[in-house]
Design a protein around this ligand. Structure first.
Ligand SMILES: *Cc1c(COP(=O)(O)O)cnc(C)c1O
Length: 221
């Protein structure tokens, strides 16, 4: 199936409260344009340099989500245009995003990445870390970042019971954290679910799915 057919297939079944991020990492701009011409506006990349290169070539109403692990020294390259940073896992990183956003007179939306997987390889904060961060004075003083939700990645496994447990864990953590109110946070987004598990993720409360290979086909890298 073509990118257009894949996209239409997914979006036609998506509940209205769920946002689709088309994960275009490693794919050429011609593929992104095919998705764009089908109506897709939100694209997710996991490398800042690659996202910058595509940003420069794509129409200006494209929205860019950084879904990968963010290195602090590279935040400056995306601060001018990034719409949502999914993988925020420390106050240090938030402070850097705040600093770079200020230079461009912007407020950058961020999701806190929560570790929900049993696997050690996945990044993310514990529920307690996230709570401590959101209630800290340092965080409250950051005027150029806005925390709009949480993001999580399930264990890479065929075991859907385990994946379901991990997704439900993120929903529970979200429900506790969303009671925290500051001038720079209002949690409404749960970013969870990829090509293999987004339907399950939606059943578990996801409001934002990150889908790559089911739209663009398999990646070589
Ligand atoms: C690559 C990636 C995805 C998309 O994965 P697919 O299985 O191709 O849908 C989603 N989230 C993150 C963080 C990724 O790095």
């Amino acid at each position: 199936m073509s990118i257009k057919e894949n996209l239409n297939d997914i979006t036609s079944r998506l509940p209205e409260h769920v946002t689709l991020v088309a994960v275009s990492k490693t794919k050429p701009v011609t593929d992104l344009m095919e998705a764009y011409n089908t109506g897709q506006r939100i694209f997710g990349e996991n490398k800042i340099q690659e996202m910058v290169e595509k940003y420069e070539q794509m129409p200006k109403d494209t929205e860019w989500h950084m879904i990968g692990h963010v290195q602090r020294n590279k935040v400056k390259y995306m601060a001018e245009f990034v719409n949502l940073v999914h993988g925020v896992d420390s106050l240090k990183l938030l402070k850097e995003i705040n600093k770079q956003a200020k230079k461009h007179d912007r407020v950058i939306n961020c999701l806190l990445q929560i570790k929900i997987a049993e696997e050690d390889s996945k990044f993310g904060m514990s529920s307690d870390d996230a709570k401590a961060l959101l209630t800290s004075e340092t965080f409250t003083s950051l005027t150029n970042v806005y925390v709009t939700g949480v993001m999580g990645m399930a264990t890479f496994t065929e075991d859907s019971t385990q994946i379901e447990t991990e997704f439900k864990r993120l929903k529970t953590i979200f429900d506790t954290l969303k009671n925290i109110e500051t001038d720079n946070c209002a949690l409404q987004t749960i970013s969870m679910g990829m090509s293999g598990d987004y339907k399950l993720a939606i059943d578990c409360g996801s409001t934002m799915i990150r889908v790559g290979s089911s739209i663009f086909g398999h990646r070589n890298q």
